[in-house]
Design a protein around this ligand. Structure first.
Ligand SMILES: Nc1ncnc2c1ncn2[C@@H]1O[C@H](COP(=O)(O)OP(=O)(O)OP(=O)(O)O)[C@@H](O)[C@H]1O
Ligand SMILES: Nc1nc2c(ncn2[C@@H]2O[C@H](COP(=O)(O)O)[C@@H](O)[C@H]2O)c(=O)[nH]1
Length: 215
């Protein structure tokens, strides 16, 4: 749990990771969580994956060419980076650190490899792994999304076994069967963590001081 002090003198924000095999519903859950908890900042990753129809630069990802991504890796701009399903993805170190320093809670939607790198750099991170209720449902969701070619879907389904094998490394596991139940669970985790850090850190320092000193 973060008890660090931010540049503004208050408590540093909490870093959350949400990971899942492709198609389990991670982005849908995270977007719904952000509607319920709008003060959480979502980190926008850099990727070499081509945009899907409707995806926008800077909103869904920073889409970059492979050569640019490799240059950015060389410059050390990533807090973590990994190859996932044949594409490269990375999280901007500066963006995340600036937001945490400002006291903002930050959520990363990344894979298990990135999560492992972050745990080493930031042991305070709170990580959640989303499981689909069954393999058949995972496949149904991937195909039903209609965003990827049959080849890409096959590859992601094949990779899902290797990803699910890392679920136990995460602090929490949520089964995304009934959407609203899974969303409630994710929100409950975020709220519990925030409450814990609020007690430990200086977020409520002035109120605590006031309550202790007022006659
Ligand atoms: N609980 C649920 N029940 C039924 N469908 C769901 C549920 N959650 C998400 N979906 C649907 O499953 C599909 C995949 O969801 P989503 O795109 O959020 O997956 P993802 O885990 O973020 O995948 P990726 O890692 O490839 O981005 C979407 O069409 C979404 O609407
Ligand atoms: N290690 C990282 N993994 C990331 C990052 N951004 C996304 N991802 C993961 O990649 C897969 C595929 O995503 P998609 O958008 O192509 O479907 C998924 O598991 C994401 O969580 C990142 O910055 N680092």
């Amino acid at each position: 749990m973060s008890t660090h002090t931010s540049s503004a003198g208050g408590a540093e924000g909490t870093l959350f990771i949400v990971a899942a095999p492709s198609g389990a519903g991670k982005s849908t859950l995270v977007n719904a969580l952000l509607e319920r908890e709008p003060s959480i900042s979502l980190s926008i990753s850099h990727t070499t994956r081509p945009p899907r129809p409707g995806e926008q630069y800077g909103r869904h990802y920073y889409f970059v060419e492979r050569v640019e991504f490799e240059r950015e890796v060389g410059e050390g701009i990533f807090l973590e980076h990994a190859e996932v399903h044949g594409n490269f993805y990375g999280t901007s170190r500066k963006t995340v650190q600036d937001l945490l320093q400002q006291g903002r809670d930050v959520l990363l939607e990344i894979d298990w490899q990135g999560a492992a790198q972050i745990r080493k750099a930031k042991p305070d991170v709170v990580s959640v792994f989303i499981l689909p209720p069954s393999r058949a449902e995972l496949e149904r969701r991937l195909r039903g999304r209609g965003s990827d070619s049959a080849e890409v879907i096959e590859r992601r389904l094949r990779n899902s076994r290797g990803e699910i094998a890392h679920a136990h490394e995460f602090d929490y596991i949520i089964v995304n069967d009934l959407f609203e139940d899974a969303l409630d669970s994710l929100q409950a985790i975020v709220r519990a963590v925030r409450q814990r850090s609020a007690l430990q850190c200086q977020r409520h320092e002035s109120l605590i001081h006031e309550l202790l000193t007022e006659t």
